[in-house]
Design a protein around this ligand. Structure first.
Ligand SMILES: CC(C)(COP(=O)(O)OP(=O)(O)OC[C@H]1O[C@@H](n2cnc3c(N)ncnc32)[C@H](O)[C@@H]1OP(=O)(O)O)[C@@H](O)C(=O)NCCC(=O)NCCS
Length: 418
């Protein structure tokens, strides 16, 4: 009898955590007990990072000391700067970031004590924005702008990318998004980082796994995909027709839906409000005009709500970031959640090792290589005997239609979404 398999581990509670709590019933999210919306409105990003790592909000003195260390560690080693400026043309910024984090790990001794791990997490918090900014400029043939220690982490991202710090509300909107992205329970990338940590592998390896998992369009890659889609829709008048055509092809609409929140993402209202504030400041409501029609049409057609990526995609575009930088910006925030979970996993570790239910070919006799014949159209050799072949193949090969297969997004980059 087939066991109870939860495809995609839906609804499975894999472990306990004290980092955050998502409550889909009330559409709320708390970090260490505090509502994330209140943290985003009232705290800086560094303050929230401190809370997620240490479990308590910092005092003024603790925050000052924490920020002083973070600000000192922003610069990158020369060899990494060289690597970033010589990445292969056409490489995706998420792959460059994954490689850079992995590279930083090469000179860090593996350590399992909390103090060393905390030092490593703070290094990553400080350096990831620099990596993303250096890479963004290198793609345009521009020299890096060194980090400034008199700026907050969010201000410094703008400084290192564009050489200027924008209107304070634009910086605040960016910071709100970093806070909203910082942590979200056992999502795919955090779980990947916890799985790697559970083997007692190093912290940089676990964060690298997190980055690899976040890149996918069903996870963090959705914020890039959203702006690509909005650019393709082109105008509010075209939005409803575009959406219906997509849905009729059984394709997913990026930036909509969530595994846990079925009635709406708790982070969306605040992100949407700040996104509109940014649009007002820069005087461009193009993306929101299209987004409004899509949101309404999606609710009518499928009853599915937008997620955080639907709001941050247009917001980052209006701020001037290139679409391929959106998911690396997500990493700047989520690295805090990953590392909080890595520390939590390491503190009370047990190897994560689930089971699978075998549905392959039944046990069969070994076939010596002289008797094997490749079947037409088959990539792998199968035994020659027609009876055995028929038993294995069961007639012409069927391509399994996975639930998500028709929707797998084909992403095209717009020349410029601004
Ligand atoms: C987030 C996501 C992966 C959750 O997936 P999930 O929990 O496995 O849900 P499913 O893919 O099984 O979807 C359930 C149903 O809703 C539909 N659905 C879910 N999200 C959809 C979307 N964005 N567009 C169109 N249909 C969607 C599915 O087609 C499915 O319909 P069906 O039952 O008729 O086949 C999914 O909503 C998605 O792919 N969204 C787009 C990518 C995205 O924005 N990711 C960022 C998440 S924060």
């Amino acid at each position: 009898m087939e066991p109870d398999i939860r495809k995609g581990l839906e609804g499975v509670i894999a472990d306990k955590t004290a980092v955050s709590r998502m409550d889909p019933a009330t559409q709320t999210l708390t970090y260490r007990g505090y509502p994330v919306t209140e943290l985003a409105e009232r705290c800086g990003f560094e303050e929230v990072a401190y809370l997620l790592w240490y479990g308590e909000l910092p005092t003024r003195a603790q925050l000052k000391a924490f920020q002083a260390v973070e600000r000192k560690r922003r610069a990158l080693p020369d060899d990494l700067l060289f690597l970033l400026q010589h990445s292969p043309a056409g490489s995706h910024p998420m792959d460059v970031l994954r490689t850079a984090v992995s590279y930083l790990g090469l000179s860090v001794p593996v350590a399992h004590d909390v103090e060393s791990q905390r030092r490593q997490t703070l290094d990553l918090l400080a350096r990831i924005p620099t990596i993303v900014a250096v890479d963004a400029r290198a793609r345009q043939g521009l020299a890096p702008i060194p980090p400034r220690s008199d700026l907050s982490l969010a201000e410094n991202v703008f400084w290192m990318t564009f050489g200027r710090v924008p209107h304070p509300d634009i910086v605040k909107a960016f910071e709100v998004a970093l806070i909203l992205y910082a942590e979200h329970g056992f999502n795919a990338s955090t779980f990947a980082a916890r799985v790697v940590t559970s083997t007692m592998a190093d912290l940089h390896g676990a964060v690298t796994a997190g980055i690899a998992a976040l890149k996918g369009a069903l996870h963090g890659g959705a914020n890039e995909a959203v702006i690509v889609d909005l650019a393709q829709v082109g105008s509010p008048e075209n939005a409803r027709t575009w959406l219906k055509a997509r849905l009729s092809e059984h394709r997913k609409i990026m930036g909509f839906g969530h595994r846990v929140y079925r009635n709406g993402d708790s982070r969306v209202p605040l992100a949407a409000a700040w996104g509109r504030r940014v649009a007002a400041i820069v005087g461009n409501d193009r993306w929101h005009a299209i987004g409004d029609v899509l949101r309404e049409a999606m609710r009518e057609e499928k009853g599915i709500h937008p997620n955080l990526d639907f709001e941050t995609g247009p917001m980052y575009a209006l701020m001037g970031f290139a679409p391929a930088q959106f998911t690396p910006i997500f990493v700047m925030g989520r690295v805090v959640g990953w590392t909080a979970h890595i520390l939590e996993q390491a503190a009370d570790n047990r190897l994560i090792r689930p089971m699978s239910f075998y549905v392959g070919v039944p046990a069969r006799p070994f076939v010596p290589i002289e008797r094997r014949v490749a079947t037409e159209g088959e990539a792998e050799p199968v035994p020659a005997t027609p009876r055995v072949r028929a038993r294995i193949l069961g007639g012409p090969r069927q391509v399994a239609a996975g639930r998500n297969s028709p929707a797998t997004p084909h992403r095209e980059r717009p020349a410029s979404p601004h």
